[in-house]
Design a protein around this ligand. Structure first.
Ligand SMILES: [Zn+2]
Length: 423
């Protein structure tokens, strides 16, 4: 759809597809931007006090639901944000964070913590209301975004830790440097007599941001938890935190990209066809995996469909629930016990290892697709699985940044239990 007449659209640069536009409302003006990292949302119309938006699909071949907009109001006013054709406002309303005033216009980077706006502000699955203060700037999104800058801030905490090295794996088509994190002992990642290699990946699908919070929790537990560091004494851990970094920063959904997305790009040649990856990052990861001496565990963090249905509100490992195999069954029960025995100091995200709940399949998911986890099987991993973490969660087990990080810590504890169990 064309930009509305009263807006001034600015495209910032070729690899950042965001726009900014200012509109008259019933009582003042509102500026709507998608120029920030992760920004996504097309303004259809601003009429009176109603902003009409739709998620941008970018190069996905199916309609998807990710959106993330930055809205600034010059006056105190209540605005309705409505998605006329998409049910993309979840049970707790959108995620929100606000610019923190510090005596001057809000600077990028000075933001409150992300939180759910709340079910009481949700009108229905298509709309919510937000009460702006004069001069307030709010970022609103389907769920909790997580960008490269968030990871850099996290990694900075461990910049002087000799067990951590953050290297550049490759450069994307968009010119972004892709990080790989290598964890090992005090003397570096080269272990004499190491029991093997563990790899963790996230953001094969750009918009699936909750896995990034889980990954932070796992790394924090490995580096400074009560039990996690023992794993690093015996295993090397390699982490690919942003497989589709361009998509993450541009705000693409990244799922079902044309001609295929990053998690269908681990192609291998056979006698009939010579195939090569189309994304530099997946090619570099495949090469990295081939160089590992003893790949034991590979876990890939994803999020399922937006919410609702049979499997979209609880974390689960993607597998045949009737035949997950002993290694995955053992890890699932270790994760269940880690999530249930901890002391709770706030909302938590528990894991239920029951077949059909924590061990579940997607309709139509084929084991023959060129996925990261299949590639890791072919490289000889004892356990290779995708862990799906919901965007919203349930009433009893809500997804928040802190509950997702907590699940990540539990995953590290479960991994240690798994290696000690003999699988
Ligand atoms: Zn995914």
């Amino acid at each position: 759809m064309d930009a509305p007449d009263d807006s001034t659209d600015v495209t910032v640069d070729s690899d950042a597809p965001g726009t900014a536009s200012t509109h008259e409302t019933g009582t003042g003006r509102v500026t709507i931007r998608t120029t920030h990292p992760g920004g996504n949302g097309r303004v259809l119309e601003v009429a009176g006090d109603v902003i009409r938006l739709e998620p941008e699909i970018r190069d996905s071949t199916r309609r998807w639901f990710y959106w993330n907009v930055d809205v600034e109001s010059d006056v105190s006013q209540v605005l309705e944000v409505r998605f006329p054709t998409d049910e993309v406002v979840g049970p707790r309303g959108p995620a929100v964070r606000t610019g923190v005033p510090c005596g001057s216009p809000t600077a990028d980077g000075a933001w409150s913590e992300w939180r759910w706006l709340g079910a009481d502000r949700r009108l229905d699955a298509n709309a919510f209301r937000y009460a702006f203060d004069a001069g307030e700037r709010a970022q609103l999104s389907l769920s909790f975004p997580y960008q490269r800058a968030d990871f850099d801030a996290f990694a900075l905490e461990f910049a002087s830790d000799p067990r951590v090295s953050v290297e550049t794996l490759t450069t994307t088509h968009g010119g972004r440097e892709v990080p790989v994190v290598r964890l090992g002992t005090e003397s570096g990642t080269e272990l004499d007599g190491s029991a093997g290699d563990i790899v963790l990946a996230a953001r094969h699908h750009a918009c699936e941001s909750i896995g990034s919070y889980v990954l932070e929790g796992t790394l924090r537990e490995l580096l400074e938890g009560e039990t996690g560091p023992a794993l690093l004494e015996r295993y090397r851990v390699y982490v690919y935190p942003f497989v589709d970094l361009d998509g993450v920063e541009r705000g693409d959904p990244g799922k079902h990209r044309a001609p295929h997305d990053h998690n269908r790009d681990y192609v291998d040649s056979n006698a009939i066809a010579h195939l090569s990856p189309i994304y530099p990052t997946t090619a570099a990861i495949a090469g990295d995996l081939e160089s590992l001496e003893n790949l034991v565990v590979a876990l890939d963090l994803h999020s399922p469909y937006k919410w609702g249905g049979d499997v979209n509100d609880r974390p689960f490992f993607v597998t045949d629930p009737d035949d997950p195999g002993d290694p995955l069954r053992t890890l699932a029960s270790a994760l269940e016990s880690a999530t249930t025995r901890r002391a709770s100091d706030g909302p938590t995200l528990s894991f239920d290892a029951a077949p059909g709940t924590g061990l579940a399949s997607f309709d139509g998911q084929s084991g023959l697709l060129h996925t990261f986890t299949r590639y890791c099987w072919l490289e000889g991993a004892t356990l290779s699985s995708a862990l799906e973490i919901p965007y919203v969660g349930t009433e009893d087990d809500p997804v928040t940044p802190s509950s997702a990080r907590r699940l990540g810590r539990d995953l590290a504890v479960a991994l240690l239990e798994w290696v000690d169990s003999g699988n």
